[in-house]
Design a protein around this ligand. Structure first.
Ligand SMILES: NC(=O)c1ccc[n+]([C@@H]2O[C@H](COP(=O)([O-])OP(=O)(O)OC[C@H]3O[C@@H](n4cnc5c(N)ncnc54)[C@H](OP(=O)(O)O)[C@@H]3O)[C@@H](O)[C@H]2O)c1
Length: 255
């Protein structure tokens, strides 16, 4: 089933991990993609992969730091100038760190808040203006990638956990504001998935074992398993869902 034929989607943090898998899935289902991130080479690799898979130029690259409002305004301008419409925005870019609260440097607090929470605000604000132009009869969606940690604060990641809790709450506020325009807004909260973000931690066998022990499904997730749910939330199949958070944690919260 090709659920995204005739649609245009912007995916932030599309150069690796969950964002890459989401972009690939959307393209396989017919979407045109704008891949956003700070590292051009990573985005170009994903664009080449997608364009090879789809046998056309389905993906374009836009290099931007989504914590920088000027860059996000330029992204909105690029989409407006190059595409007739915008249907889907996936706010996936994110970063993590590790610190006790009492040792946490203010700059590091700001880096994590900016990357995870401020970016969602900026992209939703500026690309939201394009989404609402579509008219009420067409399904348009924003999916924000939050985290299991936004539901349950994790040790040593207070800045990350609080930024992701903000994303879950912001999603609900945005869903109320966008509903009159026919734009649905939901978040997806992954548990542990194997990506560059978790690579370092997962090299530690005791850390991986503790994840497996605390996860009902007894394994770490794959980025494509998160992407599948993001794509569902972005698709018409979830047409009566807005302001929701979808927890995709292999059963971490129930153990
Ligand atoms: N993996 C997990 O277990 C897990 C669990 C819960 C939630 N998540 C969330 O899932 C999302 C994707 O993470 P991932 O696991 O797939 O990790 P990842 O592979 O590190 O992906 C994050 C992407 O975001 C981009 N990015 C970071 N800062 C950016 C900025 N300021 N502007 C633009 N792009 C930026 C990065 O590319 P550049 O550095 O090139 O910009 C990178 O490609 C994140 O929001 C993360 O918090 C992941």
């Amino acid at each position: 089933m090709k659920r995204f034929v005739g649609t245009v989607a912007v995916v932030t943090g599309a150069g690796s991990g969950i964002g890459e898998q989401t972009a690939v899935r959307l393209a396989e289902e017919g979407a045109k993609l704008v891949l956003v991130g700070r590292t051009r080479s990573k985005l170009e690799r994903v664009a080449a992969l997608i364009n090879h898979l789809t046998k056309e130029t389905a993906a374009e690259v836009f290099q931007a730091d989504v914590t920088d409002e000027e860059a996000v305004v330029e992204l909105a301008q690029f989409v407006k100038n190059n595409y007739e419409q915008l249907d889907v925005v996936i706010n996936n870019a994110g970063a993590s760190g590790k610190s006790r609260i009492l040792d946490l440097q203010t700059k590091e607090w700001e880096r994590i808040q900016d990357t995870n929470a401020k970016s969602v605000f900026l992209v939703s604000k500026h690309l939201g203006q394009l989404l609402i132009r579509g008219g009420k009869d067409k399904d348009r969606t924003i999916v924000n990638v939050a985290s299991l940690s936004g539901h349950k604060a994790g040790a040593m990641i207070p800045h990350y956990s609080s930024s992701k809790a903000a994303v879950i709450n912001f999603t609900k506020a945005l869903a109320v504001e966008m509903a009159p325009y026919g734009v649905r807004v939901n978040s997806v909260s992954p548990g542990f998935a194997e990506t560059p973000l978790t690579e370092e931690g997962l090299k530690n066998r005791r850390f991986e074992e503790s994840i497996v022990e605390n996860t009902a499904l007894r394994r770490v997730g794959k980025p494509e398993e998160i992407a599948n749910v993001i794509v569902f939330a972005a698709s018409k199949e979830s047409s009566y869902m807005t302001g929701s958070d979808l927890l995709v944690d292999g059963g971490w919260m129930i153990t």
